[in-house]
Design a protein around this ligand. Structure first.
Ligand SMILES: Nc1ncnc2c1ncn2[C@@H]1O[C@H](COP(=O)(O)OP(=O)(O)OP(=O)(O)O)[C@@H](O)[C@H]1O
Ligand SMILES: [Mg+2]
Length: 251
């Protein structure tokens, strides 16, 4: 698989606190990469670096490089809006906008200049279909997005991320607020989406990481202890710390 994003010698500081230490990571196209590790080890911090969400955090600074298709995303004059269109994000708590299901999906494409109603209709339908929620909402597109279930809201948020035609989708514990059935739907969905997108997912659920991801990175206190094929991380890790963690003996 071809490299989609690359992290090189990345250090990250929140004020005086160094939260990431010398991170090196290759993110391959059409693969699912999962980040695992105990609470506070830096998973969300690294994920947010990938679409510069940390720019919004006062006192946060980084050293090192992150590239998307070989281009430095932290370069001066790099267009951050365009970056966030190419690298979308789905959060732990479903966060639909307080508007209709239709408008939630159409919002992004509209801000990127698509005005034509037929074109927007088409994007709304195809995004909801890709996110496996079309059949459940197609007769109620005018309904408030806040009135559907949490699992439906999360699939709606995935549809919203897809609607702007991203290349990479970042997911920060996207199923931790969901029931097992909704979780299963999102996991199946991730499998389908990787045909078209590159996905990085943070999860505390070891079964989830081993079920859905191709590659896994194990974090401890701001360091990537081990990165490799998911099957190796879970069945034949190189590091003892990884083995202890994935078998639930610490963390
Ligand atoms: N905005 C911030 N300002 C200062 N410190 C922060 C900030 N965000 C995170 N940190 C610190 O950076 C470290 C990594 O946090 P991060 O949220 O990346 O962990 P995580 O691995 O995602 O944890 P969890 O599994 O609990 O979500 C922690 O020590 C955290 O307290
Ligand atoms: Mg986190």
């Amino acid at each position: 698989m071809q490299s989609k994003m690359n992290v090189k010698d990345l250090d990250l500081y929140y004020g005086d606190f160094k939260a990431l230490h010398n991170i090196n990571l290759d993110i391959r196209e059409n693969e699912i990469l999962s980040f695992i590790g105990p609470s506070g080890c830096g998973k969300s911090t690294l994920l947010k670096c990938l679409n510069r969400m940390n720019d919004l955090v006062v006192g946060c600074r980084i050293d090192g490089d992150i590239t998307l298709d070989g281009e430095d995303i932290y370069a001066k004059n790099y267009d951050v809006n365009k970056l966030r269109k190419r690298v979308g994000m789905v959060f732990q708590q479903p966060n639909p906008f307080p508007m209709s299901i239709y408008e939630n999906i159409a919002y992004g494409p509209k801000t990127h200049g698509i005005k034509n109603k037929a074109e927007l209709d088409e994007i709304v339908e195809s995004s909801l279909k890709q996110a496996a929620i079309w059949d459940e909402v197609k007769d109620d597109l005018k309904k408030s997005a806040l009135s559907i279930s949490g699992g439906q809201q999360q699939r709606l948020c995935i549809a919203r991320a897809i609607a702007v035609n991203p290349e990479v989708i970042l997911m920060d514990e996207p199923t931790s607020a969901l029931d097992p059935i909704s979780t299963g739907k999102i996991e199946d969905l991730a499998q389908e989406l990787k045909e078209q997108y590159t996905i990085v997912i943070v999860t505390h659920n070891m079964q989830q990481a081993s079920r859905i991801s191709d590659k896994t990175a194990f974090f401890l206190q701001g360091i990537i202890v081990e990165y490799g094929n998911t099957i190796d991380i879970f069945t034949n890790p190189r590091e003892e710390k990884t083995e202890l963690y994935v078998t639930g003996r610490f963390g």
